[in-house]
Design a protein around this ligand. Sequence first.
Ligand SMILES: *[C@@H]1O[C@H](CO)[C@@H](O)[C@H](O)[C@H]1NC(C)=O
Ligand SMILES: *[C@@H]1O[C@H](CO)[C@@H](O)[C@H](O)[C@H]1NC(C)=O
Ligand SMILES: *[C@@H]1O[C@H](CO)[C@@H](O)[C@H](O)[C@H]1NC(C)=O
Length: 126
Amino acid sequence: ILTCVINNFFFFLSSVYLVKIDVILPCSSKKKDNLTHEVFDWKKNYDKEVFLYVKGKHYNNGKTGQDEDFKNRVDFFEDQLQFGNASIRIKKTKLTDSGIYRIKVKGKKYNELNVTMVDAKLGLIP
Ligand SMILES: *[C@@H]1O[C@H](CO)[C@@H](O)[C@H](O)[C@H]1NC(C)=O
Ligand SMILES: *[C@@H]1O[C@H](CO)[C@@H](O)[C@H](O)[C@H]1NC(C)=O
Ligand SMILES: *[C@@H]1O[C@H](CO)[C@@H](O)[C@H](O)[C@H]1NC(C)=O
């Protein structure tokens, strides 16, 4: 189980997922900071906008700027946010979802995940 703890240090975790399965990119504050009125931003490969949350506004309720590739495929856990959980779920995953996912919380603290999608048909499950 991967838990990416928010702190001031660079974190790098590797994960392997099967395509077509919903995946959760985990990120939780160890101190359980209430993030309801904060800002967090998930990006893929440093520039693709995956999911942005700004004090209640986010890509699933009117905020614009999300990368087309992630439209209607990403959600977060609204009820968990108050306990410092800024994890997101990516649905209908595909091979091209592989990449480096970085989250910044409050504009600075961040973590990174190296996500590798594998196709079960290829028998590449490590
Ligand atoms: C988090 O903040 C929101 C908005 O201020 C508040 O409604 C909620 O009760 C807080 N939750 C906790 C666990 O402090
Ligand atoms: C954050 O929420 C997700 C979705 O409910 C859950 O899978 C995950 O375990 C939670 N993380 C922590 C540290 O509680
Ligand atoms: C991410 O993981 C893949 C597969 O293990 C590896 O080939 C790649 O070098 C890793 N990327 C980074 C930046 O570590």
